[in-house]
Design a protein around this ligand. Structure first.
Ligand SMILES: Nc1ncnc2c1ncn2[C@@H]1O[C@H](COP(=O)(O)OP(=O)(O)O)[C@@H](O)[C@H]1O
Ligand SMILES: [Mg+2]
Length: 254
């Protein structure tokens, strides 16, 4: 079983007059088959964690390690990260003008598998994944993220996740901007992939809403650039009832 290990991760960004440390020692282990929720107030550094693992050039790792089965993820190119089995869905996905969803998915699958998937089985695979997400077939011909609604962006992410079959998936604010129906379809998709037992999921979210549909095995509270508390699903219920105040007032609780 694949294991993602984050050890004492410190990350800074360049700001006008120097650098600012955003992540201040993150420790986390995610194993294939497990679902972890990272919850925390806005600005606590959750997206920074996702971007740092994805290799976004804006974020400088000043110390610490991220490994997948002992292999240094931070040394890998973005393509190598994908080939190693990492899937990263960002809070603000980019447009890819002139590239259709269908071509994008096939190119990604080719890069991942080392050879182009057989057209006949591939078309079937895509069609059935799209049907399960209740996506209109014409969606495949649209350009990636161009004019996509919030719900379409998120569905497209989950479609990618279903087709790419990653070992570790990091989903940042997958619930944001979704109405109840879209939230359910997206959650069903995540649960289908989870049901295979082959993916370790890091679900990053500000709101507890999505955790009614996707039940995490572990919940971590993120505050001021670190994990300040970890527990089981009951921790999410506690956060829903009490909010984050306890963690943000007068410094973070250990
Ligand atoms: N590229 C950046 N440049 C400057 N500041 C940043 C950048 N990215 C994040 N930050 C700052 O780091 C902090 C954490 O942001 P973020 O990781 O987006 O938090 P969250 O996802 O938990 O809301 C915020 O104060 C934010 O303004
Ligand atoms: Mg964020």
């Amino acid at each position: 079983m694949a294991t993602l290990e984050i050890r004492d991760l410190h990350v800074s960004v360049d700001v006008e007059n120097g650098t600012k440390e955003i992540l201040k020692g993150v420790d986390l282990t995610v194993k294939q088959g497990e679902t972890h929720a990272i919850m925390g107030p806005n600005g606590s550094g959750k997206s920074t964690l996702a971007y740092s693992i994805a290799g976004h050039p804006k974020y400088t790792i000043t110390s610490g390690t991220v490994t997948l089965d002992g292999e240094d993820v931070l040394e890998m190119s973005v393509d190598e990260r994908a080939r190693a089995g990492m899937f990263l869905a960002m809070q603000y996905p980019v447009e890819v003008p002139g590239v259709s969803v269908s071509n994008f998915l096939r190119t990604s699958a080719t890069a991942l598998r080392g050879e182009a998937p057989k057209l006949r089985t591939w078309v079937k695979e895509v069609k059935s994944a799209m049907e399960q997400l209740q996506m209109d077939p014409t969606f495949a011909e649209r350009n990636v993220n161009e004019g996509f609604s919030g719900g379409e962006k998120k569905r497209h992410e989950i479609l990618q996740m279903e087709l790419m079959k990653p070992k570790i998936a990091i989903l940042d604010e997958t619930d944001s901007g979704l109405d109840v129906d879209a939230l359910r379809q997206v959650s069903d998709g995540v649960n289908r992939v989870r049901g295979t037992g082959e993916v370790g999921t890091l679900l990053i979210t500000h709101y507890t809403r999505i955790l009614r549909y996707i039940k995490p095995d572990f919940v971590h509270v993120f505050s001021a650039g670190r994990i300040v508390e970890s527990g089981g699903p009951e921790l999410a219920d506690q956060l829903e009832a009490e909010g984050y105040e306890k963690y943000t007032k007068g410094g973070a609780a250990a």
